[in-house]
Design a binder for this molecule. Structure first.
Ligand SMILES: CC[C@H](O)CC(=O)C(=O)O
Ligand SMILES: [Mn+2]
Length: 342
């Protein structure tokens, strides 16, 4: 690995992108993508169910392939890159983390809602004991004011995290908010700062740019925008922009563009774009991973998915409350029905 990198990229298509394809990754797809990413010089890639270790369930969506098999497949072809896993305490277990480490995962990203870092200490401690690099991943960061975010990030630091991430799960943050949040973290912490964007308001690259200006050195991207909602900061674009800025990511731009075109693009059912529904997620501040769930519920109840998403945003529904999607959809359908029958 090139040690003079200014920015260390974590490629998340093999985890966040799992939401976009209904958790249907095959071993062959993961192996091919992972091999190409490693050859292109990407330092870290995350592999797991979209909701992290243990996410495969009726509530979050069943995986086609058992995730440990996917992790193993990625590890088997990564001679340079390190494989990361995401774990949300309460969804993933300590045993799953141990298993992932035993088959070669080298980084653990412990994800909590932005105000709930205090559920992470045991998992961070275990990850450190397992010799893993450890990240505190503060999801839905747009929902917390700066002082709250700093407080929660300091907790992650105190538990032993090597890096703390600002995570714009809903793709709802504006560049000035990113600037303020990353700047405050930089002033208050000594560990690395990371940023994870979603492109629902077409601001993923702009927000990432601001995060880097303010001192974030760990950045997530998804190749071809293969992530939840409208996807993440597009990795090959990020590599090009970093090069234009004179910053070294250690990633080969041509190889990255080629793998996006020939290996990742065929995995997508259609090109990732900002659709009506993903735009509404950014506008209303709704978890990007809710997209397919809300679309399915809208179809089932014959209502507009945007109405579900706007209501979820009003209710400030957070990750783990996927069951609320059906409740909200059914309420909207009932209201619609009763307004038609008067
Ligand atoms: C449900 C986990 C989530 O997809 C993690 C993540 O990538 C985010 O919050 O953006
Ligand atoms: Mn995400």
């Amino acid at each position: 690995m090139n040690d003079n990198r200014d920015v260390l990229i974590t490629e998340v298509a093999l985890r966040d992108g799992s939401h976009a394809i209904g958790h249907q990754y095959t071993v062959d797809q993961v192996r091919d993508v992972a091999r190409a990413l490693s050859n292109a010089g990407v330092p870290y890639m995350e592999v797991a169910h979209g909701d992290g270790l243990g996410g495969s369930s009726q509530q979050y969506g069943l995986s086609l392939t058992e995730e440990m098999k996917l992790i193993e497949a990625a590890v088997s072809v990564c001679d340079k890159a390190k494989v990361a896993v995401l774990l949300i305490p309460g969804i993933g277990t300590m045993n799953e983390l141990k298993q992932a480490a035993s088959i070669g995962a080298k980084m653990a990203r412990i994800a909590t809602h932005v105000t709930e870092a205090d559920v992470a200490p045991q998992h961070i401690t275990l990850a450190k004991e397992l010799g893993m690099e450890t990240v505190g991943f503060l999801m839905m960061s747009h929902m917390a004011p700066v002082d709250k975010l700093v407080e929660q990030a300091k907790l992650m630091e105190s538990y032993g995290a090597d890096t703390v991430y600002v995570v714009d799960s809903a793709g709802a943050m504006l560049p000035n908010e990113v600037r303020e949040k990353i700047r405050s973290l930089r002033q208050s912490l000594t560990i690395n700062i990371g940023f994870h964007a979603h492109n629902n308001l077409s601001l993923a690259m702009a927000n990432t740019f601001v995060a880097i200006e303010e001192g974030a050195t760990r950045i997530d991207g998804s190749v071809r925008c293969l992530g939840a909602g409208a996807g993440n900061t597009q990795t090959e674009v990020l590599v090009a922009v970093l090069e234009r800025l004179g910053l070294n990511s250690g990633v080969d731009l041509y190889k990255m563009m080629d793998l996006a075109e020939s290996i990742v693009s065929p995995i997508l059912k259609q090109p990732q774009e900002i659709t009506r529904d993903s735009l509404v997620m950014g506008y209303a501040g709704v978890y990007s991973s809710f997209l397919l769930h809300a679309q399915r519920a809208a179809k089932h109840f014959n209502i507009d998915p945007r109405d579900i998403l706007i209501e979820l945003g009003k209710r400030k529904v957070v990750g783990g409350q996927e069951d609320m999607i059906i409740d909200v959809a059914s309420e909207i359908a009932n209201k619609k029905q009763s307004s038609l029958s008067v």
